[in-house]
Design a protein around this ligand. Structure first.
Ligand SMILES: [Zn+2]
Length: 600
């Protein structure tokens, strides 16, 4: 199954499915968020007008003479935001997302070149300017051969997690498995101390990879307890403690997520084909935040609903503004760093798919939140003093059942069935049973010793791969030796797996699905507990927005093919520091200099 969907899986059960079949949703008072937004955006969105960047707008980019640097770097990631969402939904926006497009540099052909299009991988790439073959964060979780178990990309046995507001939390997370310093690490180190680094996300793998190895605050959310969390690898920030105590997430219980734009402003139908909502929700609006069975108790079901709603994005924005005010970010001696990864679009996208009202409304509300955040930065840091970059960690494939309506070859690639076929093929040869230790997303890990023997056993290898490739939805199966060392190749798919390959962590074989086929790890005979996913080397997973705005940035539309690994080197150039990795490149055409007039 899709690897970063494992956490969601355990939160769902038979009860949810029964509730869905009955069309039941929990009933609580309806306290919509931002109902006034509808009126405010009515004129702008009613006819899906695509807003052309205004010709009269001046760039916010100001490149000062000499050694001047931005006072604040703001790194924003919108989890699962496809590149084409900007093209499709720009007409629905009137706030920060629209401002980024109109006042900033919009790289319209930005895409990850590698296969492992997952959250931890994408955030580490944005943060370090390197590809997974270099930074080593090859997946959200991988099979650790020595211990014989799955480990998450941030699991660290040497540190302990710390819950804010006195909540007990388990585990320990840090960036110790990230083999390359984050841009934020380098900024702090090379600037000699005055830099403050603060990151927020619902996900540990996002907050931590953006923060790097040391940070003044790296904060994420624990969906079991509703706590905000950091670990002993980072500082415990008093402003987060105060904010978490004053604004517990359970405050939003009983509220309802309603559509914020006029009905005519949205694309697609009222309910998305193949959608699998969180427990307690139906497939159409409104969605009430009411916990298990609608009893108003803040339980894991409530926290899942909350995480899958715009209330979570709103919270992260407020937390970011609090950091700016409490630490006086952008007003110190050095260049400060603020990273925010908005996770809710990913949860909502997995549940409702990319052709849903839900994802449009998450973005419409995020647009408003970002408008507010930028206005706050204009006021406190100064419009001319900060630089913003916004991108995504990966995209998403349409829900297969929805895609099939077009007549396209789309479907579900059942990984347990694939595993069984390959085991059966090896059964004719003298290998341990089982020979496969784990299939994790596209990575197949053998029991110790099996892969080394297969390398000298052409007959068994041929039988194994032929059996796998006969499975519906499989385009090809590569071996580790085909991708190791990032060989020169004309095949973009082989290259994508090579850019993802990190010895010791990646699998022994790699499953290449056919386009529009969803890799699914659900056990045979059970219903899939999510709508769709990502993690393949196809455009819908690789193509993401890349927008930059503010200090030193020349606005415009840019069509060169670039990657999100180019963000960190570009920020490094603006800040006058150097990164070690050579995977990413400076987005030079979007940088102001003294002789470049600010023209489109
Ligand atoms: Zn995801």
């Amino acid at each position: 199954m899709n690897r970063n969907w494992v956490g969601k899986e355990r939160l769902r059960g038979v009860l949810q499915r029964a509730a869905l079949m009955l069309g039941a949703v929990c009933v609580v008072s309806t306290l919509g968020i931002g109902g006034d937004l509808a009126a405010a955006q009515d004129a702008a969105t009613a006819n899906h007008e695509v807003h052309r960047p205004s010709q009269v707008l001046k760039s916010t980019g100001v490149r000062k003479a000499g050694t001047a640097r931005p006072k604040l770097v703001v790194l924003l990631v919108v989890d699962q935001m496809r590149g084409d969402y900007v093209d499709k939904f720009l007409g629905q926006w009137n706030g920060g997302l629209k401002r980024l497009v109109e006042e900033g540099a919009w790289f319209r052909e930005a895409a990850y070149p590698y296969a492992a299009t997952e959250t931890c991988v994408g955030h580490a790439t944005i943060s370090t300017g390197a590809f997974p073959a270099t930074h080593g964060m090859v997946a959200n979780a991988w099979w650790e051969r020595d211990s014989g178990k799955m480990v998450t990309c941030t699991a660290d046995p040497k540190v302990k997690n710390v819950g804010y507001a006195g909540v007990e939390v388990g585990g320990g997370d840090s960036a110790w498995r990230m083999e390359v310093p984050a841009f934020a690490d380098e900024l702090k180190f090379q600037s000699g101390g005055p830099t403050r680094v603060v990151t927020f996300s619902l996900k540990a793998r996002a907050a931590i990879t953006m923060a790097g190895h040391k940070a003044d605050a790296a904060v994420w959310f624990d969906g079991r307890t509703g706590a905000w969390v950091t670990s002993s690898a980072y500082s415990v920030a008093s402003f987060v403690e105060e904010y978490a105590k004053a604004h517990p997430v359970k405050e939003d219980i009983g509220k309802t997520w309603e559509l914020s734009l006029p009905a005519s402003a949205y694309l697609y139908g009222e309910s998305a084909t193949g959608a699998v909502p969180p427990a307690g929700w139906g497939v159409t609006f409104p969605h009430a935040l009411c916990g298990k069975g609608g009893d108003g108790v803040a339980d894991a079901d409530y926290y899942e609903q909350w995480s899958s709603s715009p209330f979570a994005d709103r919270y992260l924005t407020k937390l970011a503004e609090t950091a700016v005010d409490s630490l006086q970010l952008g007003r110190g001696k050095g260049t400060d760093f603020l990273g925010v990864s908005y996770s809710s679009l990913d949860y909502v996208g997995h549940e409702f798919g990319p052709r849903s009202l839900e994802i449009q409304d998450v973005l419409a509300r995020l647009d408003r939140d970002l408008g507010e955040l930028f206005a706050h930065l204009d006021e406190t840091v100064g419009r001319e003093n900060y630089v913003v970059s916004l991108s995504a960690d990966h995209g998403v494939v349409p829900i297969p059942e929805d895609m099939q309506k077009t007549g396209a070859d789309a479907g579900v690639l059942h990984l347990p069935e694939l595993q069984a076929r390959m085991e059966k093929a090896l059964g004719d040869y003298d290998y341990p049973r089982p020979a496969i230790a784990r299939v994790a997303g596209s990575d197949v890990y053998f029991v110790a010793g099996v892969y080394d023997r297969l390398k000298n056993d052409a007959a068994a290898t041929h039988a194994l791969i032929a059996a796998g490739e006969a499975q519906p939805g499989v385009a090809a199966i590569y071996t580790a030796d085909e991708v190791r060392g990032r060989p020169a190749t004309q095949s973009p798919t082989l290259r994508a797996f090579a850019d993802s390959y990190f010895a010791g962590r990646s699998g022994d074989l790699f499953i290449v699905p056919q386009a529009y086929w969803l890799m699914d790890g659900t056990a045979s005979g059970k219903a899939r507990e999510y709508g769709t996913g990502h993690g393949t080397p196809y455009n819908y997973d690789q193509h993401v927005p890349l927008l930059m705005m503010g200090w030193g940035i020349r606005r415009g539309n840019y069509y060169r093919e670039v990657t999100p690994a180019d963000i960190a080197p570009t920020l490094a150039t603006l800040c006058g520091i150097t990164l070690a990795s050579r995977d990413g490149h400076v987005l030079a055409e979007a940088l102001l200099n003294d002789s470049t007039p600010d023209v489109r």
